[in-house]
Write a protein that binds this ligand. Structure first.
Ligand code: ATP
Length: 283
């Protein structure tokens, strides 16, 4: 139900999502000086909800938050809370939240929250357990005075109950869209640098222009494939041409999951939610 995640990723491993990173750095400052901040009248940070496109850095941001705050990262799998006996699921939820509080200060990452809490309010015994669990989680979020910082991630929030998205549960909600051109350039550079293959002759501006509609995960997989090709061919340097060739053969998420992407975008338009990215400059 609750797993400790070993984190390697830090905030500089995230390409783009600048609004979100600035926000996290502010919360990190509070988290690092909690007693001082509370004495100064600052509220305890509660957490955030990250909503949006698959493969665009939501989980990466959840992991980097643990590292940035310098606290353990716990991952809660709500699907595993469901038990077959009466009251078992609620008891599991109570235990999981209590454990997180015992470990605190910590970051509690609740992944794919919409999958666990969709269909609430529908009839059926399964749904009444989900509704009760959801109620328990909401109350805990609302009333908690522990230093458990919740990072919830979701793709499509159209199935989530409105009360979940209301102010007061989370400090803020951020939408994560497909990376814009500048973000794609940064993501490519991050993944090339990570593997020691970045050099100034790689035209990442051209590559970013050629990858409209790619997710961060798509870009990472292109970099991985190119580096493997270059190795197999016994070469040292990755070139712009190598990258362009694999990019041209890659079906981006926008092409392979066109309808899902549209649906996620529509669901984000319906709620008051801040973009995690800064708008692309016109240059
Ligand atoms: P899902 O909704 O499917 O869980 P997600 O948004 O949580 O997707 P991640 O797991 O964060 O996606 O991304 C998958 C991988 O793609 C990351 O581990 C990272 O290597 C790469 N990636 C995605 N977005 C970015 C980004 N903005 N900067 C750098 N790398 C990225």
């Amino acid at each position: 139900m609750l797993e400790i995640v070993q984190v390697q990723e830090d905030i500089d491993d995230i390409g783009g999502l600048e609004h979100l990173k600035t926000w996290l750095i502010r919360k990190g400052k509070i988290f690092h000086h909690l007693d001082h901040a509370i004495k100064a009248g600052v509220d305890l940070p509660k957490g955030l909800l990250l909503v949006g496109m698959p493969g665009c850095g939501k989980s990466l941001a959840a992991k980097a938050t643990g590292k940035l705050f310098d606290v353990p990262l716990l991952r809660l799998d709500i699907g595993k809370l469901f038990g077959k006996y009466v009251g078992e699921s609620e008891e599991n939820m109570r235990k999981a939240l209590k454990t997180a509080e015992a470990v605190s200060p910590c970051v509690l990452w609740v992944d794919e929250i919409e999958k666990a809490f969709s269909g609430i309010g529908d009839s059926g015994s399964g749904n009444s357990i989900t509704t009760r669990l959801f109620g328990k989680f909401l109350t805990w979020m609302q009333e908690k005075d522990s230093t458990v910082f919740v990072v919830a991630t979701a793709n499509d929030i159209s199935t989530l109950p409105a009360e979940f998205l209301r102010k007061g549960r989370f400090d803020d909600l951020f939408s994560v869209d497909l990376p814009n051109r500048e973000e794609r350039q940064k993501i490519l550079e991050i993944h090339l640098k990570k593997r020691g293959k970045y050099h100034l002759n790689i035209d990442t501006i051209q590559l970013a222009k050629a990858t409209d509609g790619f997710s961060g995960a798509d870009l990472e997989s292109v970099v991985k494939e190119v580096i493997e090709n270059v190795y197999i061919e016994g070469r040292q340097l990755v070139t712009t041409k190598d990258l362009l060739m694999v990019m041209n053969q890659t079906k981006s998420i926008s092409a392979s999951l066109k309808e899902k992407i549209e649906q996620i975008r529509k669901s984000m338009e319906k709620v008051d939610i801040k973009p995690a990215s800064i708008q692309e400059s016109s240059s």
